[in-house]
Design a protein around this ligand. Structure first.
Ligand code: PA5
Length: 453
């Protein structure tokens, strides 16, 4: 019933419905920008400002990760301290390729991801984890993120109390090569560390030590992830002027056209259940890269079939402001087959597999989206292994950057999120925030109507 494709494919058959009906890649003049944007890419690559694409760090990283792993070979638990781009890639890979941890009978290793200011969970971990068998990966590109550092201060105290002078043998720092508090701390304490290269910002760093070290700890085939990513990146990195031949360019133009036609939300609908957390990773990549100067589109991660019973009504019959990236993989394991005892009312299931149900529901959703005039691009994966995931992640990273260039914004910075951080620092009494102090006082003294419930 299901055709399994020989390679990963992108289907454009339903991409141009609704307000995109009648448009093509040339509409809006975006395709004509290929040589200008290719030239910009070439300049940025030559200056070393796009390491996510050129991956100059790959060989050194592939040597350094096994050595760092070796230094914590006595540990069965890895507690990852990081937030945003320093955690979301690891979680996506954990859920996709290390599902054993969430299943009955698992007997280690364990990865725990601390990516929030969550006193209850941190307390539970520090109460129950065996310190002598717990490695701590402190991951922060800047080495100065308050959420990550504050967790580190508490965890460091715990390790020191439990292990005495040996505490630092259980820590691996993954941070900027040269600067920041964590780099200094690693040097001061002689800790094992892995570098995050210059210009490799958090949300583009999953395919570096940031994501690959935790992946390696879980026994995931991280080198295959890198191979897949490289297969998608290297043709463009080697020849940026060939941009118009790259699938990411087509995806970027389509997204730009969606935005121009008042499609302000982009559904990332995955029908690969184990890849459900990839949506959160993509959401951060897209939102933090493109939400600038009033531009961009809101990423909406959704999981098939689960969200057919939660979000889908809005996708199909709510405001007509959504496009959709639809991800599926026809070669997923089929699972069990429905037997002859299946009740008469569902007799049509007999002899079919559980996987057939996923395929049929995915098809139903795609058709329904199309009939509801939701422009949809279908990403069909030939396989759901690590190499395939590496390919997809790189495709999405390049698409994001190119969409940013088509929007004439910088997809690599995130200026707006700084304000909240400054205000929080001011609130905690950090020095050097006089303006923020004044603004906070005014904000807190503002009286409005209050009601109770
Ligand atoms: O994508 C980004 O740059 C951010 O989301 C960062 O990943 C996040 O703020 C954490 O930063 P850092 O890795 O410096 O601790």
């Amino acid at each position: 019933m299901t055709t399994i494709p020989a390679s990963h494919t992108i289907s454009w058959a339903r991409a141009r419905v609704g307000r995109l009906c009648g448009t093509d890649m040339e509409t809006g003049g975006y395709a004509a920008r290929a040589s200008e944007i290719g030239g910009h890419l070439a300049k940025e690559l030559a200056a070393g400002r796009l390491p996510f694409l050129s991956m100059p760090y790959r060989a050194a990283m592939e040597e350094a990760i096994p050595a760092a792993l070796n230094s914590i070979s006595h540990c069965r638990h890895l507690l990852l301290l990081g937030i945003g781009g320093s955690a979301l890639g690891a979680r996506a890979l954990q859920k996709a390729f290390f599902p054993a941890q969430d299943r009955p009978g698992h007997n280690g290793p364990w990865l725990w991801i601390a990516d929030n200011v969550d006193a209850c969970t941190l307390e539970a971990w520090l109460t129950a984890l065996p310190a002598d068998q717990t490695a701590v990966a402190v991951i922060s590109k800047s080495g100065g993120t308050i959420e990550t550092l504050s967790q580190y201060f508490l965890v460091r105290e715990w390790l020191q109390k439990m292990l005495g002078a040996a505490w630092k043998k259980n820590v691996v720092m993954i941070t900027d090569e040269a600067k920041g508090f964590l780099r200094e701390e690693a040097k001061r304490e002689g800790m094992v560390s892995l570098p995050v290269p210059d210009y490799l910002g958090g949300r583009y760093s999953a395919l570096s030590a940031v994501g690959m070290f935790p992946a390696a700890f879980m026994g995931i085939d991280w080198k295959a992830l890198m191979r897949g990513a490289s297969a998608v990146a290297s043709p463009l990195a080697a020849d940026p002027l060939s941009l118009s031949k790259h699938s990411a360019w087509d995806l970027a133009i389509w997204n730009r056209q969606l935005m121009e036609n008042a499609y302000s939300q982009l559904i990332f609908f995955t029908y690969i259940p184990l890849w459900s957390s990839l949506g959160a990773w993509f959401g951060q990549l897209w939102a933090e890269s493109l939400g600038k100067n009033g531009k961009g589109s809101m990423p909406l991660p959704a999981v098939g079939v689960t969200d057919q019973h939660s979000l889908q009504q809005m996708f199909l019959d709510g405001p007509n402001d959504k496009g959709c990236l639809f991800l599926h993989c026809p070669s997923l394991p089929r699972g069990r087959t429905f037997g002859p005892e299946t009740p008469e009312q569902w007799a049509y299931l007999r002899g079919r597999s559980f996987g057939d149900l996923l395929d049929a529901e995915g098809l139903g959703t795609r058709m329904a989206l199309s009939q509801s005039k939701v422009p949809t691009v279908e990403l069909c994966m030939a396989s759901d292994d690590e190499e395939a995931a590496g390919r997809l992640m790189m495709l999405l990273e390049i698409t994001t950057v190119l969409t940013g260039y088509l929007l004439d914004i910088d997809p690599l910075d995130q200026p707006a999120v700084e304000l909240g951080k400054r205000l929080a620092n001011a609130r905690l009494g950090a020095p050097g925030y006089p303006e923020e102090h004044k603004a906070l006082t005014a904000f807190l003294s503002g009286k409005g109507r209050e009601s109770s419930f």
